[in-house]
Design a binder for this molecule. Structure first.
Ligand SMILES: *Cc1c(COP(=O)(O)O)cnc(C)c1O
Length: 380
């Protein structure tokens, strides 16, 4: 069985050895735009590529505003602050995510609460979110939701479009609205993913993207905040650019700001990447289709997009029988030059998040034991 999988993967990626999980690809104008940055000396925070990249993302996603930042983590941090998250607040998120989601909550001095994911989307389970809030949430006269047990404000909710697969964002929005909880969509992995034909990240109060080297669109490192609220976007731009008041020569800063700007050279790479993104997405979706058919034939469950969802298939994922089989496969594939990876260790198992409030997370645990991500780069 393992042998069949490995030889199929090698047939998809014939020349590359070892076969990486998700390699960046530069096949467009990346070099040309980078040379332009050097030639014009606009390598840093001033330059046309930053606003051009923001426009590209705005147009592609249909968001009204986009603010480029230095990483997806920085984007999450700012989106949470602008959602009103402050010290001693709480933020609901899922245990199955990349650690940056929980870290951004901690940067605000707030505490994550972990609510389980559902098996079909790998994202926050609307039913479990609802029952968590029914039991623990109370709307007080200030119009905010509080946790009955800890007394702290539940200041935001971060559903994650895990591995590029859209969560049931419509239901999550409806539940959070009832409790007046702002939503930051962690769509770090999900550029090119849609729910009911609408790009993910545009449903909540904020959406964020990552353009790290392993993401479907890369700027080397980088991120983006998207929102439909002009005030949010202006504040995001202000806070991420050291909160400096515009002036020809004076340095006046009116807040503790952050140096979270995306340099022009990174944005230049992003502009070139976006020019090729339609083809990249098609290629990735074709690969997922081939995997899907292959795994159907050999009887191994393969994660596919759900009804109403269109996934970018950032990483292709299979579901093995148990943790033992998962580990055996990971060893088997690694030795044969195939980069396969388990999903992340669940947040409540990490030392920093061990003491956070955590609902029963059977589905996340079940998935942690069984999911394996397999090579998903664009095929040549
Ligand atoms: C990559 C990622 C981030 C963080 O993005 P960086 O650009 O690496 O800071 C946040 N959340 C999720 C789910 C991610 O996959």
């Amino acid at each position: 069985m393992f042998e069949k999988i490995v030889s199929f993967i090698k047939s998809l990626y014939p020349t590359e050895n070892p076969v990486s999980l998700h390699a960046p690809r530069f096949s467009g104008n990346e070099k040309k735009y980078l040379i332009d940055c050097i030639d014009t000396t606009y390598v840093s925070y001033v330059g046309q590529y930053v606003s051009r990249f923001e426009d590209e993302i705005r147009q592609y996603t249909g968001a009204d505003y986009a603010v480029a930042v230095s990483s997806g983590t920085a984007a999450l941090h700012i989106a949470l602050l602008l959602s009103g998250v402050s010290r001693e607040d709480e933020v609901i998120t899922q245990p199955l995510t990349f650690v940056a989601t929980a870290n951004a909550i901690t940067y605000c001095g707030a505490y994550p609460i972990f609510v389980d994911v559902e098996q079909s989307t790998l994202g926050l389970d609307p039913g479990k979110l609802n029952s968590f809030l029914l039991t623990n949430g109370v709307l007080r006269s200030d119009g905010k939701c509080y946790n009955k047990i800890t007394g702290r404000k539940i200041a935001a909710c971060i559903p994650v479009h895990t591995l590029g697969h859209p969560v049931r964002i419509d239901e999550i929005i409806e539940i959070c609205r009832k409790y007046q909880i702002p939503i930051v969509e962690d769509s770090a992995e999900a550029i090119g993913s849609f729910f009911n034909g609408q790009h993910v990240g545009t449903f909540g109060d904020f959406g964020i993207f990552s353009f790290n080297g392993n993401k479907p669109v890369t700027t080397g490192g980088g991120g983006m905040i998207i929102t439909n609220d002009i005030t949010h976007s202006e504040k995001a731009r202000h806070l991420t650019t050291t909160a400096k008041q515009p002036h020809p020569w004076e340095f006046v800063h009116d807040h503790v700001g952050y140096n979270y700007r995306l340099p022009n050279i990174n944005a230049a790479v992003g502009c070139a990447q976006m020019e090729c993104f339609a083809a990249v997405l098609e290629n990735k979706r074709d690969t997922a289709q081939m995997y899907n058919e292959f795994f159907k034939n050999i009887g191994i469950p393969f994660i596919t997009e759900t009804k109403h969802a269109k996934s970018n298939y950032w990483l292709n994922t299979i579901v093995l029988t148990d943790r033992k089989e998962r580990d055996q496969f990971l060893d088997y594939a690694t030795i044969r030059g195939i980069q396969a990876r388990p999903v992340w260790t669940l947040m409540p198992s990490l030392p920093m998040y061990r003491h956070c409030q955590c609902e029963p997370i059977e589905t996340s645990q079940w998935l942690e034991d069984r999911l394996v991500n397999i090579p998903s780069s664009v095929r040549m």
